[in-house]
Design a protein around this ligand. Structure first.
Ligand SMILES: *Cc1c(COP(=O)(O)O)cnc(C)c1O
Length: 449
């Protein structure tokens, strides 16, 4: 085994195509349905809020899709990203396993999210769109889209979940520095927001509510489109650059992972890392894929596979996915990027078909893993990414028991420099494990369309 600490690719070795897993999946998920007619939607139904370039990718069955030159040029600002070998962590755990992580925190926004934000801003720009709206939870997606809009000269309006707006004021500053306007959600600017505020003036907000507001805003103006940071097929597609690079890096290091681990909110960073490896799995190669979610928002492990809305109010198409119900209000955990009721339909189908495993982990355990990781590897992880770290550590500890020399890969989807108040709470012993209430979950699932 080689002795390196990181495996790097040169700019020339950066992949120039995205991998579309729809070309290779044994079963595709059932199609999205129109929210009113409950019939499968066509491209024209999406055209009010998405550009045709993205709609085509959403429905494409082509295996490889060329990355436009202008998108590659922006990617080159921080890509290819490093693949690290966590040698110090391995030693601390006394494990015979080899632990690798693919680090997306080197992007200007600090996460994987610019991989799709840049592509989405580009396709909107060439379609003549002037302004994008979106939602953001922890602020990662909002910063990524603000950044991408500034690269392509688009206006950007971000509806930010109120609890995060209050907990993470510096994320808002970052978005504003990139030129975006940021509005706490629920807001009184949209009918969707006003309706929720009338019922609950102190509402903490949720991604589902913020999506309703952003979609309503975009649908009302012809110069404006909506942009979603996860869940949809084209978003997972854009993120595959992560896994494609990782595969090249493993080839360079002369090894291959036995298990690939990632955290799931809407499923995009996990899909981006894992889909290129699943292509090998479809061809008979042995590789496990493990999705990690919070026990406070257990979409795969406790949710139901059904058609549901992507938002709270019911404006979006119905997606066939594991869901906690579009009215589910997850507790205010610090991994805000994982507080979403649904999940990418492609990933849900792969889970259902047994290509992907899932596990849920508790908030205090992920912070313990994050701090252990930071003290060995130096990088302070985003709380979202710490879910993957926790399970990678568990795998490595199991190898210590069994003596197996497994090769473990996890996705380090972002850094935690904007999450220091959460670390503060953890280090002061003020962080608690919050669970959703069973009654609320039952009530939410009862309202599935
Ligand atoms: C947004 C975010 C996530 C969760 O979103 P996915 O679409 O599931 O990837 C995970 N990690 C970080 C750092 C994020 O910003």
């Amino acid at each position: 085994m080689s002795e390196e600490y990181k495996v790097l690719l040169s700019e020339k070795e950066m992949p120039t195509r995205w991998y579309n897993i729809q070309a290779d999946m044994p079963h595709l998920p059932p199609p999205p349905l129109h929210p009113a007619t409950k019939q499968p939607i066509g491209p024209e139904d999406l055209a009010a809020i998405f550009p045709m370039g993205l709609i085509e990718q959403e429905m494409s069955r082509e295996r490889w899709i060329d990355i436009p030159g202008e998108v590659l040029d922006v990617y080159r600002l921080w890509r290819p990203t490093p693949l690290y070998r966590a040698r110090r962590l391995e030693k601390a755990l006394e494990t015979p396993a080899a632990i690798y992580y693919k680090y997306e925190g080197v992007s200007p926004a600090g996460s994987h999210k610019p991989n799709t934000a840049v592509a989405q801003a580009y396709y909107n720009k060439i379609a003549g769109i002037k302004r994008l709206t979106t939602e953001t939870g922890a602020g990662q997606w909002g910063s990524a889209l603000s950044l991408a809009c500034s690269f392509f000269g688009l206006e950007c309006t971000v509806y930010m979940v109120r609890v995060s707006y209050e907990q993470k004021p510096y994320r808002r500053s970052l978005m504003e520095a990139y030129g975006a306007s940021v509005i706490p959600s629920p807001s009184s600017r949209t009918a969707a927001g006003r309706e929720i505020l009338a019922r609950d003036p102190d509402c903490l907000g949720s991604l589902g509510i913020a999506i309703s507001e952003a979609v309503e805003d975009a649908a009302a103006r012809p110069d404006t489109n909506y942009s979603l940071g996860s869940v949809l097929n084209h978003v997972c597609l854009h993120q595959t650059i992560v896994g494609l690079e990782a595969k090249e890096q493993f080839a360079k290091a002369n090894t291959y992972p036995d298990v690939v681990i990632g955290c799931v909110g809407g499923g995009s960073n996990f899909s981006g890392l894992v889909f290129p490896f699943l292509q090998d799995k479809f061809n008979g190669r042995k590789v496990r894929a493990v999705a990690v979610e919070p026990t406070a928002c257990p979409t795969l492990t406790r949710g139901r596979l059904a058609y549901d809305f992507g938002d709270t109010v019911g404006l979006t198409p119905l997606l066939h996915m594991y869901t906690l119900g579009h009215n589910f209000m997850p507790p205010g955990i610090h991994a805000g990027g994982l507080r979403y009721h649904g999940l990418a339909p492609l990933l849900c189908q792969l889970y259902r078909d047994g290509y992907v495993e899932a596990v849920a982990v508790a908030q205090t355990d992920i912070f313990a893993a994050a701090v252990l990781f930071a003290r060995q590897e130096g990088i302070l992880p985003a709380p979202e990414s710490a879910h993957a770290i926790k399970v990678a550590i568990d795998e490595a500890l199991a190898c210590r028991e069994s003596g197996e020399k497994k090769v473990i890969l996890f996705g380090l989807s972002g850094h935690g420099h904007f999450d220091l108040s959460a670390y503060d709470a953890y280090l002061a012993g003020r962080l608690e494990d919050v669970a959703y209430s069973e009654e609320e979950l039952a009530r939410s699932l009862a309202t599935l369309p």
